[in-house]
Design a protein around this ligand. Structure first.
Ligand SMILES: C[S@@+](CC[C@H](N)C(=O)[O-])C[C@H]1O[C@@H](n2cnc3c(N)ncnc32)[C@H](O)[C@@H]1O
Length: 236
């Protein structure tokens, strides 16, 4: 077992207090000693994968409530973090590529698969940065390996410059594939600011009220939305 996996098992608690109580996850929660300790007590910088973000919660809830959409589909979980959306895809009978540039997120995603008795059949894990053109072809092959495909993004629009990069990439991917893009997000700035919103069309699929504990942990966000986004394609 890797040292990261050992650390996760020792320091992160199993919880199901979220919008998706049917999935258990190992996380840093308010009940974890790490929650109140100084940042240097955590050996990993920016452990985003140790939290279950509001956008990821809404996205995962949507997948679990609409399982038939994902059965036999190929799904890229871009920025998988703790792996919740990937787990929901597997419970729906889909094939998932769990992707995160932080390899520790992939360790957490694997651990959370096992916690929910999910096998690795039809699951693959990659730390590649799919935003880079080098991996464009490889990604297309994965998305085209089933008759329907999705790119799902939970809480990935936390920074304006990074959001711009993701929008440009999604536009390019969608210009050559029939993949649908599903975004779970509590309405962070790049998804509501006019400067960015002219770059895509969005259809609200679901809106969920976040449990109180999630609201408290996330700057008072009370709801989270799941949108299907289409990008104005100049390549088609
Ligand atoms: C805010 S967290 C969201 C995690 C998860 N989707 C959720 O909603 O709980 C953002 C995640 O994106 C990952 N990330 C950042 N840049 C990335 C990239 N270029 N490709 C893939 N993952 C990336 C981070 O490592 C982090 O785990």
């Amino acid at each position: 077992m890797s040292s990261v996996a050992k650390w996760v098992l020792r320091n992160m608690l199993v919880t199901s207090e979220s919008l998706t109580p049917e999935i258990s996850l190992r996380l840093i929660t308010e009940a974890s000693p790490l929650w109140t300790s100084s940042p240097d007590k955590c050996p990993y910088s920016d452990p985003y994968w140790a939290f279950y973000w509001p956008g990821g919660q809404g996205l995962t809830r949507f997948i679990l409530d609409n399982r038939s959409l994902f059965r036999y589909s190929s799904v890229l979980d871009f920025g998988c973090g703790c792996g919740s959306a990937s787990i929901a895809v597997k419970l729906s009978g889909g094939k998932v590529l769990s992707n995160d540039v932080d390899t520790n997120a992939l360790v957490a995603t694997r651990i959370n698969h096992r916690l929910n008795n999910i096998t690795y059949v039809n699951s693959s894990f990659s730390a590649k940065n799919y935003l880079l053109p080098t991996y464009f072809q490889e990604l297309q092959c994965f998305l085209e390996s089933s008759t329907s495909s999705y790119i799902v993004l939970g809480d990935m629009f936390y920074d304006c410059d990074f959001a711009s990069e993701i929008f440009a990439w999604l536009k390019k991917v969608c210009s050559v594939s029939k993949s649908r893009v599903l975004v779970g997000d509590p309405d962070r700035h790049p998804l509501t600011d006019h400067k960015h919103t002219t770059r895509f069309k969005k259809e609200l699929l679901a809106e969920y009220r976040l449990p109180l504990c999630v609201t408290k942990e996330n700057y008072g966000f009370t709801t989270t939305k799941t949108n299907c986004q289409t990008f104005i394609c100049i390549y088609r």
